[in-house]
Ligand binder design. Structure first.
Ligand SMILES: Cc1cc2nc3c(=O)[nH]c(=O)nc-3n(C[C@H](O)[C@H](O)[C@H](O)COP(=O)(O)OP(=O)(O)OC[C@H]3O[C@@H](n4cnc5c(N)ncnc54)[C@H](O)[C@@H]3O)c2cc1C
Ligand SMILES: NC(=O)c1ccc[n+]([C@@H]2O[C@H](COP(=O)([O-])OP(=O)(O)OC[C@H]3O[C@@H](n4cnc5c(N)ncnc54)[C@H](OP(=O)(O)O)[C@@H]3O)[C@@H](O)[C@H]2O)c1
Length: 282
């Protein structure tokens, strides 16, 4: 009798078994949320590979399968903190960009490719201890700071954190503004943040309460006067920079004038820099 049941099950299994092979991306993760902020900017969340460990501020390679059957990958800062069970990204939409012309259309349930090899210089380990930490970002360069602002170590290590974010237009600041506003209600870090955060969002091509390039607001001393802070000095201040190549170049010169030196993972010093993108025109 038992043999008969087994035979029947075996027969059924054999009849049902040749299911069509589901196409499966290598290193696939599933999209869980998509938010469009402007016609040029969106953010999305994906599942996190169980094995992925990273330091808040690092970046990974993500992408989609190209038409040629090969993965089409680009560098992306992880915008979520290291403790989050999902991964968040904040992205540009380049109209004819090989990746983002397609990536901007992803929906919940879609799969993306995510290579689980995080790297980067915008990490706490690459800075010497200090008392004030400056996050300096233009455009999507805000992404690594979306991670670091939600990282408890940021608030445990520093007495004051100054987030300067500059975009051309007001709407481009919205993702960062919402994230900064949410910090005080965050169950994990709300209390740690306390009154340590100074948020300084500016625009350069549309009127808003605070205006001007980060470089100009540092050089003129406007940001120090507006926030009631003393000027930067290498004993107290540490900085992390993320923007276009031109911005990174110019802000580096400004920080050096204040006496700060550029460090790296291998040699922690007073500031670190990462590119938000390569190239200078869409
Ligand atoms: C270390 C690193 C981290 C990065 N992190 C992010 C991130 O978190 N979010 C993100 O959107 N991009 C990020 N980028 C840029 C990203 O790798 C891609 O360039 C971007 O997704 C566009 O891809 P694409 O294939 O559509 O166009 P690409 O061929 O890669 O780029 C086409 C052109 O678009 C412009 N461009 C590309 N990216 C941006 C951008 N972010 N902002 C403004 N102009 C841009 C440049 O002029 C570039 O020459 C990062 C790049 C580096 C090097
Ligand atoms: N943002 C848009 O609405 C828009 C629309 C279409 C196409 N694009 C193209 O997209 C590309 C990226 O645009 P983006 O706005 O994301 O980035 P971006 O050109 O790097 O500008 C982002 C912010 O950084 C400032 N900035 C640029 N260079 C700087 C420097 N050397 N020092 C200090 N501050 C600096 C800009 O000020 P300034 O305004 O003073 O330059 C702006 O406020 C550009 O090639 C642009 O032509 C942008």
């Amino acid at each position: 009798m038992a043999g008969m049941i087994l035979m029947t099950e075996a027969t059924l299994m054999t009849e049902a078994s040749p299911a069509p092979a589901k196409p499966h991306l290598p290193d696939a993760q599933t999209v869980t949320q998509v938010t469009h902020w402007t016609d040029r900017l969106f953010s999305f969340r994906v599942t996190r590979p169980a094995s992925l460990r990273f330091r808040s501020g690092e970046f990974v390679m993500i992408g989609l399968m190209g038409d040629n059957g090969k993965p089409l990958l680009r560098a992306y800062s992880i915008a979520s903190p290291a403790w989050d069970e999902e991964l968040e990204f904040y992205s540009i939409k380049v109209p004819d960009g090989p990746l983002t012309s397609r990536l901007q259309h992803i929906k919940v349930g879609d799969e993306i490719i995510l290579r689980p090899k995080p790297v980067g210089t915008l990490v706490h380990d690459a800075l010497l201890p200090g008392s004030r930490l400056w996050f300096l970002a233009t455009g999507t360069g805000f992404a690594p700071f979306a991670s670091l602002l939600r990282e408890p170590e940021t608030w445990e290590k520093y007495g004051q954190v100054i987030m300067m974010h500059t975009c051309r237009e007001v709407a481009e600041l919205e993702y960062g503004r919402k994230l900064v506003e949410s910090l005080k209600d965050d169950p994990l870090i709300g209390e740690l943040v306390g009154d340590k955060l100074h948020y300084y969002p500016t625009t350069t091509r549309e009127a808003s309460p605070l205006m001007g390039r980060i470089t100009d607001n540092l050089t003129s001393g406007k940001v120090f006067a507006d926030l009631g802070l003393s000027p930067m000095n290498p004993e107290e201040d540490r900085a992390m920079v993320c923007g276009s190549l031109a911005f990174n170049h110019d802000v580096k010169a400004v920080l050096e004038k204040f006496g700060l030196h550029e460090g790296a993972n291998s040699e922690p010093l007073e500031f670190v820099v990462e590119k938000a993108f390569v190239g200078d025109g869409i």
